[in-house]
Design a protein around this ligand. Structure first.
Ligand code: SF4
Length: 410
């Protein structure tokens, strides 16, 4: 899961000196800290995908330069330590790409390195993304033994025709097999599914969701397929269901998942009680995260500033630069005028919203900075705000983009 980061940010800074410089804000403390680790390879690139993922370079498209990449991740983490010194890490997310291309021994080494270098909470949530087509029972049992305690599986659909249209490497049978293998070792599993797929009917969407519900996993992420810029689908757009059908799918999904005991707690996320994704919740609440690996983004807070970082994007460049001590390609100090939008962009995705006090705690700005926009959004029926909570209404959740944009700087 890639965090939601606005397209533009402000002044580039020298992150090595950052914590020494005075800033425009005053943070009372540090937000909770998570770690994101990016693995940038997949067996094949999907035509709708705008993540930093590259076809694996090996002859059978399963071989990745694992040892070299793990060396680079360790070097990257070591270089980052001064920025997070002494702060406990509550969650780890190993995402991609397809992290399940890593061998069992490689994953074990990665987790050992993380534990050796960072103070991981004893009950830390440690999630790994995995894609059908890379599942072997023994390897997944070993991932669990190494400390991965949550799996997020990129199923997308169980329908062969739709999987083919999405350019996925697996079919429906393989998707089912992957879940069976996962459930033999893991009890905390998310299934990623997409709807409004090329040529998909409401009934086909319902069949996919019913199949997913049948597994009784702790979490479902149900995404509306969107055509992202710079993807093959953007260049050669497939025929998608019209807006009315997509709304019907969304309404049916909300009712059906609720009846099955899942709570729709974020725009695309549905969880059984107390099984929300803790790592993603930290993003949406504007917590901190250190991001290591090719193209990984990070957000880190200091007493007088909020810093965003991005690592070198291409895997080969990243590996070379990380080993030379320069994993970070870009570091930007987020301006005080951009923090309200950054905070609200994330917080408004949450059905329950956020505590009002967290605005000041995590942006270092007084709540009255956004009182005009809050009042305006309340008047339009998009938001509810009181002394304790800022929360989108049902209308606000439906017109989320409009609501978020109200907090853009003038
Ligand atoms: S498997 Fe996931 S990360 Fe990899 S190319 Fe496909 S959508 Fe992108």
């Amino acid at each position: 899961m890639i965090p939601i980061v606005p397209a533009s940010a402000s002044v580039p800074v020298d992150s090595k000196q950052l914590w020494l410089k005075p800033g425009q804000i005053s943070l009372p403390g540090s937000p909770p800290l998570s770690l994101y680790v990016h693995v940038p390879w997949c067996v094949r690139k999907c035509p709708y995908c705008d993540f930093n993922s590259h076809a694996a370079p090996g002859a059978d498209n399963h071989e990745i330069p694992e040892d070299l990449y793990l060396d680079a991740l360790r070097a990257d983490l070591e270089q980052s330590l001064p920025l997070v010194w002494g702060r406990p890490v509550h969650t780890v997310f190993i995402g991609g790409g397809t992290p399940s291309l890593l061998s069992a021994a490689g994953m074990d080494r990665l987790l050992s390195d993380i534990r050796a270098l960072l103070p991981l909470d004893a009950d830390a949530e440690i999630t790994m993304e995995a894609n059908p087509g890379t599942f072997e029972a023994e390897k997944f049992a070993s991932y669990r033994a190494s400390g991965i305690n949550r799996l997020s599986i990129g199923i997308q659909s169980f329908n062969d025709r739709h999987l083919q249209a999405l350019g996925r490497i697996h079919g429906g049978t393989e998707a089912r097999r992957a879940i069976d293998i996962a459930q033999a070792s893991f009890d905390n599993i998310n299934l990623d599914l997409m709807y409004a797929l090329p040529g998909q009917t409401l009934q086909e969407c319902q069949a996919d969701v019913e199949t997913a519900l049948g597994y009784g996993t702790t979490h479902l992420s149900l995404y509306h397929l969107t055509l992202e810029p710079n993807t093959l689908f953007a260049k050669f757009p497939p025929a998608l269901p019209d807006d009315d059908t997509a709304y019907e799918m969304q309404d049916w999904i909300e009712a059906r998942t609720a009846a099955a005991g899942y709570r729709h707690y974020e725009t695309s996320a549905y969880a059984r009680p107390h099984r929300e994704a803790r790592h993603n919740l930290n993003y949406w609440r504007f917590g901190d995260y250190l991001g290591i690996g090719a193209g990984a983004h990070g957000k880190l807070s200091f007493p007088q500033r909020v810093l965003r970082q991005m690592r070198h994007k291409h895997p080969a460049t990243y590996m070379a630069q990380a080993m030379a001590g320069n994993a970070v390609q870009e570091a930007r100090d987020v301006g005080a005028d951009e923090l309200p939008f950054e905070f609200m962009l994330n917080a408004l995705r949450l059905t329950d919203g956020v505590p009002a006090s967290s605005f000041q705690d995590y942006t270092g700005l007084p709540l009255h900075t956004i009182s005009k926009q809050l009042a305006e959004a309340e008047k339009k029926g998009l938001l509810e705000a009181d002394l304790t909570t800022i929360r989108p209404t049902e209308l606000g959740r439906r017109f989320l983009n409009d609501l978020q944009e109200m907090f853009l700087k003038d």
